[in-house]
Design a protein around this ligand. Structure first.
Ligand code: ATP
Length: 364
């Protein structure tokens, strides 16, 4: 069992703005929580406070209803996996993984059994007597994970554990970590700046910026209902498009030239903002060029010229402008699409988001 509760947590270092401001979150036993945000947003500081490596300036941290602000790191029953693996270079795989258990005064036979079991889970059986320098990056990261798992802690903390691996290995290790979590169901907090990792691994995502929580939610919820422009722009790749415009006569007008019809069912939420500048957000995959789609969207289209077409395989990423505002579209690849083409793009107006240009918050 490991529920974690963050109650109005603040972190202030000696100088500068607070690294973390009023962090509130309840994590249930067995959740896989991802803290995601750009560099400097306070993710690692949060993780270090949970581990006890950094003091909490203000607020209370509880694990299973026990107040742990003042509990020393070794008594928190937490295991941490770092980006740089932090393996002992002079010890082989077995000893690296057994180290914490030896300190914890476990019996020799139990240590052997635990290490061998975990090595089997992680496919490390053949590497037990190798030193870290004789392992690849992926194998080292597996040992680092193994070292955390053998301790059977209440909580796993992972600080960008995959960022030193190449793209292919990252995808593979992502999958392995998810599988291990499904098997062990240990409460896990995972820190990354990579929104794809957050989307694919998390049961809930905590999006952070400048020490503040911007949104907490399941990956789909954060993707489909971003609370503000920052979250809309940060989660999803290529990022959400943002267009300035005004609502008039049930249409969203861009530069008073192009208009997109707002569907009946979206009007009530937006009607009161008629005539004032607002921001429309639309994901690149909701901008279409297929004829069948364009026929159904008679009043939500614009003629554009393609500035750049990036072919990614089965899809093309099109960069263009409506008026003087940038638009990116991800469309199914047609063999002949290229820079300089004139074409019609349609907006799926059922999928758009409206934001306040000043606060950046979602309009409700
Ligand atoms: P990254 O992805 O780059 O690791 P992060 O989101 O993990 O970033 P933190 O490392 O938690 O961010 O840093 C949050 C803020 O706290 C930053 O502004 C950073 O400069 C500041 N900070 C972190 N550690 C210290 C420290 N020991 N002393 C002073 N300021 C610090």
């Amino acid at each position: 069992m490991a529920d974690i509760k963050f109650d109005h947590i603040y972190k202030r270092f000696d100088r500068g703005l607070p690294a973390v401001t009023d962090f509130n979150l309840d994590i249930s036993d067995g959740e896989f929580i991802v803290f995601v945000g750009p560099s400097g947003c306070g993710k690692s500081t949060m993780l270090r406070m949970i581990a006890g490596l950094e003091e909490i300036t203000e607020g209370s941290l509880y694990i299973d209803d026990n107040y742990i602000n003042d509990v020393s790191p070794k008594d928190r029953d937490i295991a941490m996996v770092f980006q740089n693996y932090a393996l002992y270079p002079h010890m082989d795989v077995f000893d690296n993984m057994a180290f914490g258990l030896k300190i914890g005064k476990f019996q020799k036979a139990e240590i052997k059994e635990r290490v061998e079991n975990v090595c089997q889970i992680l496919g490390l059986e053949d590497y037990l007597h190798r030193k870290p320098k004789a392992l690849s990056g992926g194998e080292r990261q597996r040992v680092a994970l193994g070292r955390a798992i053998v301790r059977n802690p209440k909580v796993f903390l992972m600080d960008e554990p995959l960022s030193n691996l190449d793209a292919k290995l990252r995808v593979q290790m992502r999958y392995e970590i998810i599988k291990i979590h499904q098997q062990l169901k240990t409460t896990t907090i995972y820190v990354t700046h990579d929104q794809t990792e957050a989307m694919t691994m998390a049961s809930r995502i905590v999006v952070m910026k400048d020490g503040f929580i911007e949104q907490i939610g399941a990956p789909r919820q954060v993707y489909h209902y971003p609370e503000n422009m920052f979250v809309g722009g940060f989660i999803g790749a290529p990022p959400m498009n943002f267009l300035e415009g005004t609502i008039r006569d049930n249409h969203f007008w861009i530069d008073n030239q192009v208009s997109m019809k707002i569907p009946e069912e979206r009007l009530s939420e937006i009607k009161k903002h008629e005539g004032i500048a607002i921001i429309l957000g639309i994901r690149p995959e909701d901008v279409h060029d297929e004829e069948a789609f364009l026929e159904t969207m008679q009043e939500s289209k614009a003629n554009v010229t393609i500035d750049l077409a990036e072919i990614t395989g089965s899809e093309a990423v099109l960069y263009t402008k409506i008026g003087n505002q940038d638009i990116t579209a991800v469309v199914n690849l047609r063999s002949n699409i290229q820079q300089g083409d004139n074409l019609e793009l349609g907006f799926n107006m059922n999928k758009v988001h409206f934001f306040d240009p000043e606060s950046g918050n979602r309009l409700k």
